[in-house]
Write a protein that binds this ligand. Sequence first.
Ligand SMILES: [Zn+2]
Length: 218
Amino acid sequence: MTAWPDMSSPAVLVVPVGSYEQHGPHLPLHTDTTIAVAVATRVASALGAVVGPPLAYGASGEHQDFPGTVSIGTAALTTAIVELGRSASTWAGRVVLVNGHGGNVAALRAAVAQLTAESRDVAWIPCATGDGDAHAGYVETSVMLHLAPHEVRMSHAEAGNREPLERLLPALVAHGVRAVSPNGVLGDPTGATAEAGAALLAEMVDRATAAVHSGWTG
Ligand SMILES: [Zn+2]
């Protein structure tokens, strides 16, 4: 546990930013939050930082056609991050947001720009790998098999739309994920393994930690 006298200033606070949205028939709705918490926890320990509780709802409007998805949208998420940053930076010298969901990027960019304009040391970093599929595919399924195997239904895992995200994005933004992938998967989770997930998670942590050391990315 952490109590207020433990927070020597200037501390670094790391906050995971996730989502609550469909992740195909085989992964839980909180997949992005679970991955963001795992990356944030490891980055925080590498930095000697404090990790806060996650923002577990994000901007997931593109997944709204699937039941289970709960989105607060970009405007509300932007406001939440701005207020979180203002509050935390009264005692934390730095605030690092670790993002697990691509749909949150517009809010993160806007909020970090606002906070930076207020001279607060706040940045965001993604949970990124060099390459890999976009949503509920090989990458996320492997990482979840490593982190929470009891929460993955591999018997339900099936390929979705495997087109590159850049090519899908216009239709996805205009019509939602369901229009381009009826099962909600962008990629192919069928070959996912826990071993691959451990390596992918380590890569996410290395990239995020390097980004913090080399200067802010967000
Ligand atoms: Zn995800």
